[in-house]
Design a protein around this ligand. Structure first.
Ligand SMILES: NC(=O)c1ccc[n+]([C@@H]2O[C@H](COP(=O)([O-])OP(=O)(O)OC[C@H]3O[C@@H](n4cnc5c(N)ncnc54)[C@H](OP(=O)(O)O)[C@@H]3O)[C@@H](O)[C@H]2O)c1
Length: 253
């Protein structure tokens, strides 16, 4: 049969699915037919996205989860399997950041960024991979950033954490390919979400930043979704260990 973007019958977990890029990915996966488990700390946001998906005829389950607490990571996986019996797709999207120079950044700030952006992604992927191994396959997609490649001022902890996540993508891809688990990354450029609000909400800063981007504008969250759907689909059956940057050309500069 011809490969398509259709994800009917698949079960996906999206971390940080309550807002921003994660919300767009959750809606996109549901639109392609997947059942989506949405994890994050803010129950109201998870419930709102669950309702949006239901209104479009899809199925979603909100699971309030603090990904920096390993017991809660295990509970997220257990609840997903208990309710839906399987996990086909994991999108490690949740992340945090601080704008601090390396001289001002505190040790606990560095740890918080790495605990959320790297350690949690590894712990959740490990737990999900155990389920996927039983199923003989699955997809893991890690959301990184152009900051994994470029040194952005004040973003060192974040950039280093995402560079680590990019390498974790390759390591997981290599170790888990024999089990049919394909692991790739999607790296957005600047995207209009709460995360980047300090940039786009200030007209002077926004104008300056946009002038540096080859496409002359930030991405909208929905523009990140296509690459995730592609990597989750049968169209990407022989792709593993790679990063796709969805950045309007920013890495060409
Ligand atoms: N926006 C950009 O310009 C941009 C550019 C490049 C890459 N990215 C990447 O895209 C992804 C999504 O970013 P975004 O812009 O959509 O950011 P956002 O609006 O700030 O959303 C971040 C999400 O992560 C969740 N999260 C944070 N810490 C968590 C924790 N300890 N446990 C569970 N969930 C947690 C948040 O939910 P709760 O707070 O409810 O827990 C929220 O849903 C991130 O990986 C980010 O690095 C963003």
């Amino acid at each position: 049969m011809e490969a398509t973007f259709d994800l009917t019958g698949k079960v996906a977990i999206v971390t940080g699915g309550g807002r921003g890029i994660g919300r767009a990915i959750a809606l996109g996966l549901a639109g392609a037919g997947a059942t989506v488990v949405i994890a994050g700390r803010t129950a109201e946001q998870l419930n709102a996205v669950t309702k949006e998906i239901a209104a479009l005829g899809g199925q979603a389950l909100p699971v309030v989860t603090d990904l920096t607490v390993s017991d809660q990571i295990e509970r997220l996986v257990e609840e997903t399997v208990k309710k839906f019996d399987r996990i086909d797709i994991l999108v490690n999207n949740a992340a945090r950041s601080f704008l601090r120079s390396l001289l001002e950044l505190r040790e606990d700030g560095w740890d918080k960024v790495f605990d959320t952006n790297v350690k949690a992604a590894w712990l959740l992927s490990r737990s999900v991979a155990r389920v996927m191994i039983e199923q003989k396959g699955g997809r893991i997609i890690n959301i990184t950033t152009v900051g994994a490649e470029k040194a952005e001022l004040g973003m060192a902890a974040y950039g280093c954490s995402k560079a680590a996540l990019k390498m974790l993508t390759r390591c997981m891809a290599r170790e888990w390919a024999p089990f049919g688990i394909l692991v790739n990354a999607v790296g957005p450029g600047l995207t209009r979400t709460d995360f980047s609000k300090p940039i786009w909400s200030n007209p002077d800063i926004a104008k300056h930043v946009e002038s540096l981007l080859p496409m002359g504008r930030l991405a909208e969250p929905e523009e990140i979704v296509g690459s995730v759907l592609f990597l989750a689909s049968d169209l990407a059956n022989y792709i593993t260990g790679h990063s796709i940057y969805v950045d309007g050309g920013s890495l060409t500069t």
